[in-house]
Ligand binder design. Sequence first.
Ligand SMILES: Cc1ncc(COP(=O)(O)O)c(C=O)c1O
Length: 356
Amino acid sequence: MARATQAIINLHALRENYQLAKKCAANSRAYAVIKANAYGHGVLPVANALSAMADGFAVACIEEALELRQGGILLPILVLEGAMDEQECQVALDLDLELVVHQSQQVRWLDNKLGSLRIWIKVDSGMHRLGFAGTEVPALVSELRNMACVSQVQLLSHFACADEVGHPFNEQQLQQIQILSPMKLPWSMSNSAAILSMPEAHGDLVRPGLMLFGASPLSGRAAGDLQLANVMTLQSRVIALHAIGAGESVGYGQAFVAKQDTSIAVVAIGYGDGYPRSARPGTPVVIAGQECPLVGRVSMDMITVDVSRCQVKLGDTATLWGVGLSVDEVAKCCATLSYELFCQLTQRVKFQYLGR
Ligand SMILES: Cc1ncc(COP(=O)(O)O)c(C=O)c1O
């Protein structure tokens, strides 16, 4: 029997989540953000599943856009970090991509090119990661409009604190974009969190990422309460069961020492699959439908779970997150976010797609 570690991806739920983003931002187009291998979910199956309904896609870099075009995706593709060199500008023209420009060198690379690129000027509205200051935008717009390869100029920015509803910095950042509204350019500002909580920030294009994958983008809000449907369920199986006595230890470093007689289930998943080594003792694992606590250290290929209070047998299915166990809750136990848990799954995990 093959190693049982698998991620089951519910593409029907993915489509429902995209529709929810569209419903929240009914007057905006929505490009599904599928960078980093669609947040670890598999970029081509995800893109294909959304192709019939999405307005377009957004990725981080040209390589990711190329993978989509080579996979037969014809919809608009926005490259969020823009070109990394002049050659990539030509690739963007050849592949009919939409490019962000966030620094002046990227503008210079467009000199003397021919074609019809849709350009998004990244405006630094306060995050101070990428982008031009608002005061630089009017001159830049004129310059870009005079270029032979530019067919459209639009504005794009990104929130630093949108996950915290009502954070004063959200309004401050939005104001920085609103100052530019006399230019009457199409604009895009909203990630998942702002789609769900800041209708005034929806603009002409929204950029849903995490919410498509069914995890909550808002701190303190459960995905279910936001009507998000679970997409990924990460599963494996119990490959060994042990009864240990009080005072006996489990795993590397003797990190868990039993206080009383304890039943331990060994599940075939570890940091070699992307299950985080930082998962603290007590992180929930659902085995045969029962929630049980992780004990001891996460190894490369295995974890150990205290199943003393549960009915568990060899071969039972263990859910690490997904249906019946919120990825956001597991992420909290690992001092991280669902974004990172999704992205760090390794190639050893087998992916199975439902609802293609
Ligand atoms: C520029 C940009 N827009 C949109 C998104 C999507 O954000 P989220 O996954 O929080 O919806 C990201 C993700 O990091 C991003 O970098």
